[in-house]
Design a binder for this molecule. Structure first.
Ligand SMILES: CC(C)(COP(=O)(O)OP(=O)(O)OC[C@H]1O[C@@H](n2cnc3c(N)ncnc32)[C@H](O)[C@@H]1OP(=O)(O)O)[C@@H](O)C(=O)NCCC(=O)NCCS
Length: 150
C-alpha cells in the first residue's frame, strides 16, 4: 500500500533515540551507515542535514540526510536514506527522495545531486533510476549516480 505523503522533522532531544533505534533487515545493514554514525557526522559537518521521516500517522518510519551547502568537493548529495524494516515497501522511500530533491532544487548553486549505492542493492538501484538518477562512475565498491536539475 502506498501513502500519499511524508514529513521531514529535525532530529532533536525528543526523538534521537527513536531515530537510532530504527532497524533494517539483516541483509540490508551493509548498504547504509548507521543512523548513530550519520547523526554524529552531521554534528561535525554542519552542512549535512539529518531528518527523521514521519508518516501521516506521526510514526517515525525512516531517516534521510543530505547537505544544504556544498561539501568540500562542491557537491550536493543525498548521503543517507533508510526506511525501517517495518515500513518498507509502502512508498515512503520514494516520497522521501522526492521531498529531498524538491528541497535541493531550491538551492541556487545546486545543479546536480549525487549519491552512491552498492551494486547489489537492487531495490535502491530501481528507486534511484526511476527517479532519474544516472550511474556515471564507480568509487571503490559503490556505483555513483547523479540527477541533473533542470
Ligand atoms: C531503499 C529503501 C530506502 C526503499 O524504501 P521503501 O520505502 O521500502 O521503498 P518504496 O516503498 O518507496 O519503493 C521504492 C521502489 O522500490 C521497490 N521495492 C521496495 N521494496 C522492495 C523489495 N523488498 N523488493 C523489491 N522491490 C522493492 C518498490 O516496488 C518501488 O518501486 P515502484 O515504485 O516502481 O513500485 C529501503 O528499502 C531501505 O531502507 N533499504 C535499506 C537501506 C538502503 O539500501 N538505503 C539506500 C542506500 S543507497
Amino acid at each position: 500500500m502506498s501513502e500519499s505523503t511524508i514529513e521531514f522533522r529535525e532530529v532533536n532531544k525528543t526523538n534521537w533515540i527513536e531515530c537510532i533505534q530504527l532497524e533494517l533487515e539483516d541483509n540490508q545493514t551493509g548498504f547504509v551507515s548507521s543512523n548513530l554514525f550519520s547523526l554524529a557526522q552531521s554534528k561535525f559537518e554542519p552542512c549535512r542535514k539529518p531528518f527523521a521521516i514521519y508518516n501521516m500517522s506521526a510514526q517515525m518510519v525512516g531517516f534521510i540526510m543530505f547537505n544544504d551547502c556544498p561539501l568540500d568537493d562542491g557537491s550536493y548529495r543525498i548521503s543517507r536514506l533508510m526506511i525501517d524494516k517495518r515500513y518498507q515497501g509502502r512508498g515512503y522511500g520514494r516520497l522521501a527522495v522526492q521531498e529531498a530533491i524538491n528541497r535541493l532544487r531550491q538551492i541556487p548553486d545546486c545543479v546536480e545531486i549525487l549519491l552512491d549505492f552498492a551494486p547489489e542493492n537492487d531495490v535502491a538501484a530501481k528507486l534511484w533510476t526511476s527517479l532519474g538518477f544516472v550511474v556515471f562512475d564507480q568509487r571503490q565498491h559503490n556505483l555513483v549516480a547523479k540527477l541533473v536539475l533542470l
